[in-house]
Design a protein around this ligand. Structure first.
Ligand code: NAI
Ligand code: MG
Length: 326
């Protein structure tokens, strides 16, 4: 098992080592390959990521990723966006769960408004929203499969009352859901941004297009206690990268205040992707025990440092693995 590990910039350098330690405990035979990419490397060498790095990323069974700083410099291209495109990681999966709900948001990750088809003229600017049949079909199928696994309905979030491209998306999603025998329902994206907060228990698997999913998943972050807790998976055919939803947080970098739970949860998603579902649940259980024992970083009102909290999760994991779960 080859796991490529990218710490990246800022708090990525603090939270990823904690998550890697947990992963190493779960996968004692895994080989970890560190890669340095990101803004820090760009400042040092003039290159944020190279061809060799893409080769290494593609050769990995899975990638554990921290966060990279993207400066507002028009000459600099976002490293994470380049990796998603180069590895064709078309499904961005963000689980959000709490006491009475468990929602998986599946966002298309490669096209839509972020397809990069843009022109800026003197008196107008245009961004083209491109949805291809291939792109819609593979994300719809991916989401419908997740819904089928959970024996849940698939919610299609769109704006088909206004956008022709969303009528196209909706039709394909319905076809894929019905082909798999999955129940489906639908919601307008603006309405669901409110309703997910009021009635989170109504939703299981939600599929949507790129920008709508970007916004909806940040809205849904409110349900689970903030950015320090939220993991994500970027999945393609044969490649997968797991990263916290948060960025490099320069405001707290280097202060031993970063919450490592989003990164540890990303490692748990990586375990599930590799088929280690019991180990993945054990890591989630260990996080739950640690938080209910009252250990937390400052963003959650506690006073633990980053690796200190990681050590509590690791100790809880040892208890879980030696207990009835083992
Ligand atoms: P951010 O997520 O880095 O920070 C937003 C706020 O949340 C900050 O106040 C930060 O201190 C706090 N926060 C984030 N993660 C936390 C954690 N684990 N524990 C405690 N507090 C946490 O977003 P921001 O400030 O918009 O972006 C900073 C940099 O990160 C930018 O250069 C941006 O481009 C980059 N970024 C990279 C991402 C990636 O690598 N996938 C995703 C989002 C942003
Ligand atoms: Mg976002």
């Amino acid at each position: 098992m080859r796991v490529v590990v990218v710490e990246g910039d800022g708090i990525g350098k603090e939270v990823v080592p904690v998550a890697q330690k947990i992963l190493a405990r779960c996968l004692p035979d895994a080989e970890f390959y560190p890669l340095e990419v990101g803004y820090g490397r760009w400042e040092r060498t003039g290159s944020a990521i190279g061809d060799d790095d893409f080769v290494a990323l593609k050769a990995a069974d899975a990638v554990l990723f921290g966060a990279v700083t993207t400066p507002p410099d028009p000459c600099y291209r976002s490293v994470i966006v380049r990796i998603r495109q180069e590895l064709d990681l078309y499904a961005n999966v963000r689980p959000v769960f709490g006491k009475d709900f468990s929602i998986t948001i599946v966002r298309e990750n490669t096209e839509g408004l972020y397809a990069g088809v843009e022109t800026v003229e003197e008196d107008r600017a245009t961004t083209l929203r491109v949805l291809s049949r291939k792109g819609c079909t593979r994300i719809a199928r991916f989401a419908a499969e997740r819904a089928k696994e959970r024996d849940a309905a698939l919610t299609i979030a769109h704006k088909a009352n206004v956008l022709k491209s969303d009528t196209f998306f909706r039709t394909i999603c319905i076809k894929e859901a019905e082909a798999l025998g999955v129940r489906w329902n639908e919601a307008y994206i603006d309405a669901i941004c409110l309703d997910i907060l009021v009635h989170p228990g109504r939703y299981s698997v939600i599929v949507t297009t790129n920008v709508f999913g970007d916004i909806l998943s940040d809205v849904a972050a409110y349900l689970s206690g903030g950015l320090g807790l939220l993991p994500s998976a970027n999945i393609g055919d044969g490649h997968a990268l797991f990263e916290p939803v948060h960025g490099s947080a320069p405001d707290i970098a280097g202060q031993d205040r970063a919450n490592p739970i989003a990164a540890i949860r990303s490692a748990a998603l990586l375990l599930a992707y590799l088929g280690e579902t019991e180990l993945s649940s054990a890591v989630e259980d260990a996080i739950g025990m640690t938080l209910s024992d009252g250990y937390a970083t400052p963003d959650l009102g506690g006073n633990c440092g980053t690796s200190e909290l990681g050590a509590h999760v690791e100790a809880a994991l040892c208890r879980v693995l030696s207990g009835p779960h083992a």
